[in-house]
Each structure stands twice: as structure tokens, then as C-alpha cells.
Write a protein that binds this ligand. Sequence first.
Ligand code: FAD
Ligand code: PYC
Length: 416
Amino acid sequence: MKRYSIFSLARNALSHHEDWPQAWRSPEPKPAYDVIIVGGGGHGLATAYYLAKEHGISNVAVLEKGWLGGGNTGRNTTVIRSNYLWDESAHLYEKSLQLYEGLSQDLNFNIMLSQRGVVNLAHSEHDLRELSRRVHALRLNGIDSEVLSLDEVRRLIPILDCSPAARYPVLGASVQWRGGIARHDAVAWGFARAADARGVDIIQNCEVTGILRDGGRVTGVETTRGAIRAPKVGCVVAGHASVLAAMAGLSLPIESHPLQALVSEPIKPVLHTVVMSSAVHAYISQSDKGELVMGAGIDTWNSYAQRGSLPVVAHTVGAVCELFPIFGRVRMMRSWAGIVDICPDASPIISRTPVEGLYFNCGWGTGGFKATPGSGWVFAYTIARDEPHPLNAPFALERFSTGALIDEHGAAAVAH
Ligand code: FAD
Ligand code: PYC
């Protein structure tokens, strides 16, 4: 076993980080692969990793037009939970949460999972009824969830304004203790490193500009670095799924919107759980660095520009200060946006398509970070076997013609 002494720590601190091994290679694209994954966010990298690990398919390329995790993976507010209402979603997100719970060990990379609990505040009798309905549904699915009384909320979050004089007084809450946050970059990097170690080629700065087909079957992709052939192509390009689909002559039931988030200057630890309120329309957690990480609902217009608008930021800061007047004196540091693809039922699409060998994993809207490992796991299964796993069968494209929609607008809550 390698031993680390105070001397080796000091030597590494002064080494200017030289001679570190590369976390993953940067290979030239080969002319052909068994599978091409378009999109080097968490979901695409997880798919490649599980293709290699679970299905022995490692002749795989992940093609990313920018840098790994530069899309929504690196822009999200890192909330993880599995408290979805309907059985189909609860099972899928719970699979993901369980994978998260073992992910640092599996990838041998610290993803900084912090299961600090996710609290959803109730501000009316209606909220209370909705929250307890969800808690009961979750418990029937074996997922941890409980209702908190106002006193319990007060004890858990002493800095929350629980006064009856508040515009939306807090009446209680629900909590999922196993929920929390994880480090978003580490999730992408951990999957990248582990996929690379299993032989997957990760190719950055390689934009897919066309989907090559012969008759009704996919044969590869056109890219800014030339054509690359493959009998199977999986598209995992959150925010740009419709753009990729159009390259194959497909139209998806998706709308693309900016979603914003913002962080404050770092302050001492004061907030130990994730807090969400649909009524004031904001959510907040405190990062390990001390920054307050907060977020908003989507900007109402469609856009592919990864920036938001001042009114949404102003609304969110106002809402957070209503819940936590103590934060009124904290200075904001920066805000940003990502583009989220939203389906009419606020549930994702993980599916084969009418083009043979072409698969789509998209429509995670405002809530796909929590699904990263689970999504990759079921998508790898779907691509490897050319059939859905029972966990993602309900999320196929066919639901938009059969009408078997899975309405999770309530679970997406604040961010919608
Ligand atoms: P991405 O990380 O966006 O990866 C897709 C990749 O595809 C990108 O890197 C992009 O560059 C690439 N790409 C696109 N087009 C092409 C092309 N033509 N060729 C090659 N590559 C291409 N979810 C939660 O669960 N919890 C949260 O707290 C949360 N907060 C959020 C806050 C914000 C502000 C935003 C924007 C989103 C939030 N989400 C959250 C949603 C979550 O971020 C996404 O659902 C999830 O990260 C999607 O992961 P992905 O790997 O599919 O997408
Ligand atoms: O899905 O939990 C979530 C979430 C929080 C913020 C944005 N999405």
C-alpha cells in the first residue's frame, strides 16, 4: 500500500501539479466504432461507462462539441433526490440515487455526495395535502420520505423565517433524508476517467453536424472532424435534442428553455439541508465552499442562448430573502443559465427511434442531474440490447401516441 507522509503532502503542494497522469486520453477519432455517443455531459459519459462495464462494449466513442460537462452538467445546482410521484419515475430516479450512493467507490473518484436531506416547504393546506400524498406514494414504493411538522422544520432550519406574519407562512414540510447534493464536475470527470480506463475514446471539440443513414438505418455521423461510422448512435445532448433529431428527419415533443441559477459569496456554514419552496418559487443549498447556490424557474421563452434574464434573478433573490431574511446582506457573485429540453409531461425520453440503430436520451428538463447514473445505466442497456430495460420502457417515445404520459410537473416543482 502506498503511504502518504506529511513530506509527500508538502512535496505535492509545492510541485506545481507537474507530472500528474492524464485523467483520460485525447485520441484522434477512429473511422468506425461499435457505438457512438453524441454528447459528453454526465449522461453521455455514464452511458459509455456502463456500455463498457455492464455489456462489454468498449469500442465506443463519446463525441463532445465543446468540453466535458460544459453543458448542463457543469451548470446545474446539483440537487439529488428520488421523490417523484408516479411509480415509473420513482423507480427510475431511485435506481439512480442507489447508483449515486455507491458511485465514488465504483468509479474510484470522489463525487462528494452529501446526503444532507431535501426539504420541500408547505405554505398552505393544499401544499400540505400534496406533500403528504407524495410522501405516502413514495413510501409505498419503499423510498424514504416523511412529513415534518412546523416545529420540526424550525428545529431543522433555525434561520428559516417561520413567522405567521410571512407573506407565505410555513406550515410544515416533507423531507427525503437520502437526498442532497454531489459535485457536478466530479460526476462528469469520474465517469470520463472510468470509461476511458475501459477503452472508450472521449473526443472533445468534435461537433456532430449530421446523422448518416442508409434507408431506415443509421450508419454513423458527420462531424467537424470528418465522418465516423457506427451501426448504433445514442444522442444525449440535453438542450439540443431537437436539433440532433432534425438531422435524422425526426421531430421530438420538446421545448427548449433557459434555466438560470446563481451563487453568492462564500459564507460560514449556516444551511445544512437543501430547501425548496414552490410557493415563493425558489430553492437553495449551501455548497461545501460556503456559497449559497440558488435557482429559479425556467425563462418562459424558447432559446438556445446559455444566458438568462435579470427579472428572473431579481425574483429568485427576492424569494430567497423572503424565506431567509438573514441572507438580505449577502452579496451575489454570479449567475448563469443552461438550456433545458422539456417534454409536455415533464418526464424524459429514453428510447429507440423510428430510425434503426438511433437512440435518444433527452427531455430531462430541469431535473436530470440526479438521474445521471441511472439514465446512463438504462440507456446503455437499451443500446446494447436494442430494447428498453423495464425501468425505462415507460419513457419511450410511444407514450406520446398512446397517451400514457407520466405527469411529473409537481416533482419538477420549483424549477418549472
Ligand atoms: P449536458 O451536460 O448538457 O450534456 C450534453 C452535451 O451535449 C453538452 O456538453 C453539449 O455540448 C453536447 N452537444 C450538444 N450538441 C452537440 C453536437 N451536435 N455534437 C456534439 N456534442 C453536442 N438537475 C437536477 O437533477 N438537479 C438540479 O439541481 C438541477 N439544477 C439545474 C440548474 C440549472 C441552472 C440547469 C440549467 C439545469 C439543472 N438541472 C438539475 C438539470 C440537469 O443539469 C440536466 O438535466 C443534466 O445535467 C443533463 O445532463 P446531460 O449529460 O444530458 O446534458
Ligand atoms: O430537480 O431537484 C431538482 C432541481 C433542483 C433545481 C433544479 N432542479
